[in-house]
Design a protein around this ligand. Structure first.
Ligand code: SF4
Length: 67
C-alpha cells in the first residue's frame, strides 16, 4: 500500500493512494488544499488544522487519515 504524507507542521495528513475512489469530495470542500492538477496535490498549509480534521473525517473511502 502506497501512503503519502502531507504536514502543516501541526498535523500530518496521510493519503492511501490505493483506497482513494476519486470522489472529489476533498477537492470540493477545500479546493485550496486539494488540487489534483498541482504537485504536491495536497497543500495542508492552506487551511487551519480544524478545517483539515473536519475534511478528513468526510472522505468516503477512508483514504485520508491523520497522523
Ligand atoms: S475525499 Fe477521499 S476518496 Fe475522495 S478524492 Fe479525496 S481522498 Fe480520494
Amino acid at each position: 500500500m502506497d501512503t503519502k504524507e502531507y504536514s502543516n507542521g501541526e498535523i500530518t495528513i496521510l493519503w492511501q493512494t490505493d483506497k482513494c475512489i476519486h470522489s472529489g469530495i476533498c477537492v470540493k470542500t477545500l479546493p485550496k488544499v486539494y488540487n489534483p492538477k498541482e504537485r504536491p496535490w495536497v497543500k495542508p498549509e492552506n487551511a487551519t488544522t480544524e478545517e483539515l480534521l473536519d475534511q478528513v473525517s468526510k472522505c468516503p473511502s477512508g483514504a485520508l487519515s491523520i497522523k
